[in-house]
Ligand binder design. Sequence first.
Ligand code: 0RA
Length: 627
Amino acid sequence: MPYDESQIQVLEGLEPVRKRPGMYIGDVGSRGLHHLVYEVVDNAVDEALAGRCSRIDVTLHEDGSASITDNGAGIPVGVHPVAGRPTLEVVMTVLHAGGKFGGDGYRVSGGLHGVGVSVVNALSSWLEATVSRDGGLYRQRYEQGIPVTELEALGMTSQSGTRVRFMPDPAILSVTEFSAETLSVRFREIAFLNSGLEIRLDDERSNRSWKFRYEEGLASFVNFSNRGKDVLHPIIHLIDTRDGVQVETAIQYTSGYTENISSFANTIHTREGGTHEIGFKAALTRVINEYAKKSAKAPDNLSGEDVREGLSAVISVKLHDPLFEGQTKTKLGNAHVRGAVETLVSEKLGTYLEENPGPARTLVEKASAAARAREAARKARELVRRKNALEISALPGKLTDCTERDPARTELFLVEGDSAGGSAKQARDRTIQAILPLRGKILNVERAHMGETLKNETIRSIITAAGTGFGDAFELDKARYHKIIIMTDADIDGAHICTLLLTVIFRYLRGLIDGGYVYIAQPPLYMIRKGKSVSWVYSDADRDAVVRKLGGKADEIQRFKGLGEMDAEQLWETTMDPARRVLLRVTMEDAAHANEIFSILMGEVVESRKNFIEEHSHLVRNLDTVG
Ligand code: 0RA
């Protein structure tokens, strides 16, 4: 098939994507891989935002490909006036061509989102696009982004919609196996943000399936976030449009102390906040203070932090031409959104409080208690600071430090229990590895105020050993080690302690996660020996498989109940030796997820906490693996 001129241009269109995939999808690992699915789904969500699509079906096929089917308008198939080729082919083979056909919806366009489905095509070993539109059914196939068939008309249909099935290209992507769990988290979120939209996920590899559809939108979202928590009043749910900005928010206070506000613009999670969040916070502070003035008992001026203590809220705006700014392009920049949100939330929330004196009183009491507690915490903090100044360089007594002084080369192991700490001390490379054994219960920081937290010996020893200071005074430059490695038993209790430690780091030493300094060690669960061959097994599920691989019968199977049961040599060989171990790096990408886990783990209701730990004891599965 000879190529004409417009097609040659088309062919050149995707070359940069295959050359520098990271520029378009962030990375070529697990995140980038899943981004490919999100890219196609975002296009379908655009159709939903435009009111043309009510259902999205995602299937993970046994051959490793994924398909995304929607009942939107269908990608146009007519000849494109400029390219002289079918529009579908242009959308699939020209970089950014997708965005040129704006439609009238609130298009998703921010950060890594909205780069266009052609990027997915470029990074697929093959892709098949099937379109139902204008009474016809059409299909075209591509390989490495290049059309290998003409656009074919397959027959007639009364439906409309698009189906994209693609095989991620292993020549470019280092990870090609989709995680249904990872995808389901985002799909649930999209379903919350677009009430009535149905999203299904079918994993044909494991015969599992999910269905997300929420009629109550953000109210369902907050209800989900607060599951297992002790809530103080029914959810407050507001939706309205102002200045061309559709604003939706759901609010519910819990008896806890953490602030949990998530914001979205055109369904993109704006992790860095922005004008919608600023408007929301301003409205909340204003309205609660106005209401509090009527109560003799409330302090005069409740701060923003006071009125947000224990708050779970989601705010979602939909607008034309969203501006995404900030380091990760997840900060909404449109100035007019601030006013729109602030006025709307002030009015509506003000009315709600007038009409619902019960919840209104609860909110004011909660914020007043926060104000009083904050004052007490400030005093406690002062005390700790002064004390710290006296023992400025005093390292925790239990720390067994390493000899190397260059932090870039050194590692700190946080080890559960004294006996495991003992093994670790024997096993370690004393030049670069320091050991801090942690004894007893680590304080539950989610349920404690800062003052209390900082009185806890264990937490203080972690902060002092890290060397960075904490909270507002955190300085990454002062880190005494560039790897902080959490090493706990490979069981449920170990996972719990690991989560508690991550909570401490997340709340007080977040910069360590930002800097990529935090890791989780992976101790094995079994040692399986046959003759001279020794295998280390990291999960119950893998045990039988390994035995089978060894020819059916092992000479010895040793189960390690805890780190303490391994001898020093085994611990070194499997978990601590930089040359052989597997570490999981904790990234900021996981922080939002981790935060949710923390909240549930730390929540009131013991039963839900127990279930959650059991379900998520491999929360580390999604993390990056490094040597
Ligand atoms: C270009 C233009 C229009 C829609 C789409 C692309 C589109 C892309 C995808 C990808 C997956 N599903 C999709 N659905 C639609 C505008 C269509 C119109 O205005 O009629």
